[in-house]
Design a protein around this ligand. Structure first.
Ligand SMILES: Nc1ncnc2c1ncn2[C@@H]1O[C@H](COP(=O)(O)OP(=O)(O)OP(=O)(O)O)[C@@H](O)[C@H]1O
Ligand SMILES: [Mg+2]
Length: 238
């Protein structure tokens, strides 16, 4: 189980404190798919970066199976089984797709293993394994390769930041399949897409750096459109 306890994060902007995440308390149990959603700027990517150790919270703790990750580096967290696929994937000039798959998984893949991984994200391996990871790949191709890498890591906690960004409409079903099948581990997906929200086990809604509602999909999904999350918290006007 992954737990986030009393977590707050703020930055100093020209001498003024800007609160980005405010007293977040969440727990993520194994083999569930969690989708975090919310407005642009509500703090979703920041929360994932804090779990990965890319940003450091000012207060609170992140625990995995009761062990604190807070003072661990990114590498140490990766060794504990945490992995992230970024909202804006990183390109690496000079590095080939096959090299990156091997590096991220920490083992070498034969052609059929690469085929299996790349076909999950809808890419034909033979067309891509020798391609360089540079800006000649299209946005959607880079995003798919990053997803493939995330899958090849076989991490215990997989963080995906807007995996749908740049993925065409026709590939959406494939994408939702990936998450539905990636079971027996904690999957946390940040998404704005209804199709992805609809496959969640649990949904978390962030607003201005706060968790305004969380719970089973069946409970939260109907409340999102009408901004009725207050009702879950027992408020009159949500
Ligand atoms: N280092 C920083 N300095 C100043 N502001 C920051 C910093 N990091 C994040 N922010 C601000 O914090 C807020 C939350 O950013 P974040 O990227 O987490 O949003 P998000 O929910 O992922 O949004 P989106 O849906 O657009 O991806 C934004 O207003 C962003 O500009
Ligand atoms: Mg974001």
């Amino acid at each position: 189980m992954l737990e986030i306890k009393n977590l707050s994060y703020s930055v100093d902007e020209n001498g003024v404190k800007k609160e980005i995440l405010k007293n977040i308390n969440l727990s993520f149990s194994d083999d569930k798919l969690y989708v975090i959603t919310g407005n642009n700027g509500s703090g979703k990517s920041t929360l994932l970066k804090i779990i990965m150790g890319i940003e450091k919270q000012n207060e609170g703790d992140v625990l995995y199976n009761k062990k604190s990750l807070t003072n661990m580096s990114i590498t140490e967290r990766a060794k504990e089984g945490v992995s992230i696929a970024f909202q804006k994937p990183v390109t690496f000039k000079g590095l080939k797709v096959k090299d990156l798959l091997d590096i991220t998984a920490g083992k070498s893949h034969n052609l059929s293993a690469m085929c299996e991984i790349l076909s999950k994200v809808g890419l034909c391996a033979k067309d891509y394994i020798d391609r360089e990871l540079d800006e000649r790949l299209s946005g959607g191709e880079i995003k798919r390769i990053e997803l493939a890498m995330a899958l090849s890591r076989n991490a215990k906690i997989s963080l995906f930041d807007e995996p749908e960004a740049g993925i065409d409409l026709w590939s959406f079903d494939n994408l939702t399949q990936i998450f539905s099948n990636n079971k027996n581990k904690i999957n946390i997906v940040v998404s704005h897409q209804k199709q992805i929200l609809s496959i969640a086990d649990e949904i978390i809604l962030l607003k201005n750096g706060e968790v305004v509602c969380k719970g089973e999909k069946g409970k939260v999904l109907p409340l999102l459109d009408g901004n009725g999350c207050g009702r879950l918290r027992g408020e009159q006007n949500g």
